[in-house]
Design a protein around this ligand. Structure first.
Ligand code: FEO
Length: 141
């Protein structure tokens, strides 16, 4: 695996763990405000993000490389209500979509077709996640 790809995947592992951390922080906020259903939904999202990080982690090892971890940023811990929170989730997912797309472009440029194929799952997942969030936001508004 080319070092440029490995470096970007390691960064993606960090981004997915950060997503998990962020959604768990949001879940704690929602639970504290008494929004139990939303807290539960966010807890499930946090677990899914952890699973995304693990998919990258396993893939790097399948390619006989070693994943390298870096510091996970501190997530926000307060939001101005449910719409503000869901807008933050939506914006965050759009950022993740950009990262996945950049990684896919890099895999293409480096002719790493295995990584390109691996990333297809994430490309589809982001379409689903963004659609779900747009739907939730529309209902909330
Ligand atoms: Fe790992 Fe919600 O994207």
């Amino acid at each position: 695996m080319k070092q440029t790809i490995l470096k970007s995947i390691n960064e993606q592992i960090n981004a997915e763990f950060y997503s998990s951390y962020l959604y768990l922080s949001m879940s704690a906020w929602a639970n504290n405000k008494g929004y139990k259903g939303i807290a539960h939904w966010l807890e499930i999202q946090a677990k899914e993000e952890h699973a995304h990080a693990m998919k990258f982690y396993m893939y790097v090892q399948e390619r006989n490389e070693k994943p390298v971890f870096s510091k996970i940023d501190e997530p926000a811990s307060d939001w101005n209500g449910i719409i503000d929170l869901y807008e933050a989730v939506y914006t965050h997912e759009q950022k993740i979509t950009d990262l996945i797309n950049n990684l896919y472009s890099l895999a293409h440029d480096e002719k790493d077709h295995a990584t390109g194929t691996f990333l297809q799952w994430f490309i589809n997942e982001q379409v689903e996640e963004e659609a779900q969030l747009a739907d939730i936001l529309q209902k909330l508004e």
